[in-house]
Write a protein that binds this ligand. Structure first.
Ligand code: COA
Length: 162
């Protein structure tokens, strides 16, 4: 059983994340999408809301994918889960330095797991959760960026925060 963890803030989950998770589910026996607290960010949705949104989006479509949340060191979660890989999407060269640093640190903390980078699909190269939130805050159309199941929820929440 080869387990992979797809970590992120997922605030909220986008079509770009979904693409990475879907492709990871074909490469590994079991994939855990992990909503992790990133102390450097101020989220718009609680971890529980983010987990619920991801579960709603995935539904029954990816039977080997589950969703969890965790506050702490990613390397510790990965070790406890018995995972062999951390899967991340690389969008652009600008992501590389930060991702490289995290991959090396995670490898040092848990030598049993490797970080695997999947190239983000070209249509999602420019996408980020913050970008989607910014568009939603000003009433822009976010339906191209988010899975349809959560568009209204995200638009409603962000619009009301203006
Ligand atoms: N498509 C679209 N957008 C994508 C994407 C893709 N394939 N891949 C990443 N993004 C976006 C994300 O939505 C995020 O957008 P945002 O900055 O607007 O929120 C941005 O790219 C950065 O993503 P990422 O680098 O994965 O950051 P993150 O905040 O989602 O996740 C953690 C970072 C949570 C995995 C990391 O902080 C962590 O592991 N924290 C736990 C503590 C720990 O162990 N720290 C030590 C690490 S060595």
């Amino acid at each position: 059983m080869r387990i992979a963890v797809c970590p992120g803030s997922f605030d909220p989950v986008t079509k770009g994340h979904l693409d990475i998770v879907t492709r990871a589910s074909k490469l590994f026996d079991r994939v855990i999408v992990l909503v992790v607290i990133n102390a450097a960010k101020t989220p718009s949705f609680t971890p529980e809301e983010r987990v619920r949104m991801i579960r709603e989006v995935i539904g029954d479509s990816l039977p080997n994918v589950e969703v969890d949340t965790f506050s702490g060191l990613l390397a510790d979660y990965v070790r406890d889960a018995g995972a062999v890989a951390i899967v991340k999407g690389l969008r652009a060269v600008s992501d590389f330095e930060y991702e490289f640093q995290m991959a090396l640190a995670n490898k040092k903390l848990n030598p049993l797991a490797d970080t695997v980078f999947l190239t983000t699909a070209s249509q999602n190269m420019y996408l980020s959760s913050s970008l989607v939130k910014q568009i939603a805050q000003f009433g822009g159309d976010i339906s191209d960026f988010l899975p349809p199941q959560i568009v209204d929820k995200v638009a409603g929440r962000l619009c009301s925060q203006r």
